[in-house]
Design a protein around this ligand. Structure first.
Ligand code: CUA
Length: 473
């Protein structure tokens, strides 16, 4: 009986091809038995021309299409006196069809609106149609979210366990690695968020065999777009904050830092222990003590880099361009400093050994180096006195500081706290250095001088120190 109906002409006006195609497809499915003619008009001119020449029964206008001026269209429509229906339809909200007068149509209601001879299938409760769909979406989101978490955990574990970073051998390295690990986590998370959703969609939403329908036309989602702008923005700001904080941490100065001047040249390194007048082709560092490297270059730009220490600094030519780098080695061992700035033909071979040793080994090495440079034990003793801090408590000019002056001390008769006297000979001086509380000079407090100089100074250094004290008259 439907076949007896007069064929209907439907004009779809939209510049968006998906809009028209989608509606026509919908028509095709819904009203297969109906003789429906439909036409697409993708501009205002086409629409008006079709209105005049084709005389459609129904016009469906894309509410969101700026190319179709609604006022112009409506005025043209009103001035004409043809009895036809107009529906302004928006597909903007995901999945729902919204008409101009703000009524949301379910597909079943849409048929009433289109006033076509199609009876909706008997449905027990049409308004609940959205609920199972929402539930389905939430379920997909939950599963994908769970997969993202699992994938992130697995990737993070892999990235942190395959040894991407070399051994961590300095305090600064620990700081840098904290940041590296945070990055590894972000890399794992972002990779998972992209790839898991991609693969999940490919697998779960692939079209079934024989399926011909188009996917939903989704124009945008403001909430999602605001979220995926704000979250990365916040993340980047947080990372710049962590970065700045960690950078400051790697540059934190310790008062007892060991001064080393590092000279880079084509193609090698030279290390000057300025306080001791020692120059070495190997970088010796005492463990757990900060080394303050002052870097300079004799020719072009080089870059000081020991991967195990993580921190890196360019060495620039020019005496007023000295750059500083602080390293606190935490692990005894042999490392290699390499040049990290392309500096010419032998750049790749611009290496030098780095030896992190115990404090005792370092003192011994330094002692040997100093002895080779300074042959006069008095001169050496002066170095030790300055670098061990002796002369901040013992004056060289007779002034009374925390401890007795060294001026004229050797050979003098010293009155001790208990009233007895002793001649300040070499034995006395050695005891005073190694066991300072054994013989306290009258008028000076006990337990002031540290009693650990036997571990701070080697025997040779103590001998030098005694020679130096002997020399001060
Ligand atoms: Cu020096 Cu590369």
């Amino acid at each position: 009986m439907t076949g007896e109906r007069k064929p209907r002409r439907v004009l779809i006006a939209s510049a968006n091809p998906l809009f028209g195609k989608g509606l026509m497809k919908l028509y095709g499915e819904r009203w297969q038995q109906q003789a429906i003619q439909s036409r697409l008009a993708s501009s205002m001119e086409e629409t008006l021309a079709a209105l005049d020449s084709w005389q459609p029964d129904l016009v469906i206008v894309d509410y969101d299409d700026r190319a179709i001026h609604r006022e112009e269209f409506l005025s043209h429509f009103i001035t004409g006196s043809r009895p036809m229906q107009v529906i302004l339809v928006s597909l903007q909200e995901s999945g729902a069809v919204v008409v101009y007068d703000r009524r949301t149509l379910t597909p079943a209601q849409a048929n009433d609106w289109l006033n076509l001879p199609w009876q909706p299938e008997p449905s027990s409760n049409p308004p609940s149609r959205r609920t199972p769909k929402m539930k389905g979406n939430t379920r997909h989101l939950l599963i994908a979210g769970l997969l993202v978490i699992v994938s992130t955990a697995v990737l993070y574990f892999l990235l942190t366990s395959i040894g991407l970073l070399p051994e961590e051998a300095s305090q600064q390295a620990a700081t840098i690695d904290r940041l590296f690990n945070a990055h590894f986590f972000m890399i794992s998370l972002l990779f998972s968020m992209i790839v898991v959703f991609l693969v999940y969609s490919i697998v779960v939403f692939r079209s079934k065999p024989g399926e011909k329908t188009e996917g939903a036309y989704i124009k945008g989602n403001n909430r999602l777009e605001i979220l995926w702008t704000i979250i990365p923005l916040g993340t980047v700001i947080a990372f710049s904050f962590f970065g700045a904080r960690n950078l400051a941490e790697t540059r934190k100065a310790e008062p007892q830092a060991l001064n080393i001047r590092v000279v880079a040249f084509q193609w090698g390194w030279s290390f000057e222990y300025s306080d001791f007048g020692v120059t070495s082709r190997e970088l010796y560092l005492p463990v757990d003590r900060q080394a303050l490297l002052s870097l300079t270059s004799r020719d072009v730009i080089h870059s000081f880099w020991v991967p195990e220490f993580r921190v890196k600094q360019d060495a620039l030519p020019g005496e007023n361009l000295v750059k500083q780098l602080r390293i606190t080695p935490t692990r005894i061992g042999n490392y290699t400093v390499m040049c990290a700035e392309l500096c010419g033909g032998a750049h790749a071979y611009m290496n030098a050994p780095v030896k992190v040793v115990s404090k005792a080994d370092f003192d011994q090495w330094l002692g040997t180096q100093v002895s080779a440079v300074i042959t006069d034990p008095v001169e050496r003793g002066k170095k030790w006195a300055e670098n061990t801090g002796c002369i901040s408590c013992h004056s060289l000019d007779g002034k009374k500081l925390v401890g007795p002056t060294w001026k004229g001390l050797y050979g003098e008769t010293v009155t001790l706290a208990d009233g007895t006297t002793v001649v300040a000979d070499e034995t006395y001086l050695r005891t005073a250095i190694l066991d300072p509380n054994a013989q306290i000079t009258q008028g000076y407090p006990a337990n002031v001088m540290p009693s650990n100089y036997s571990s701070l100074l080697t025997d040779d250094q103590i001998n030098d120190l005694i020679e130096y004290i002997k020399s001060i008259h």
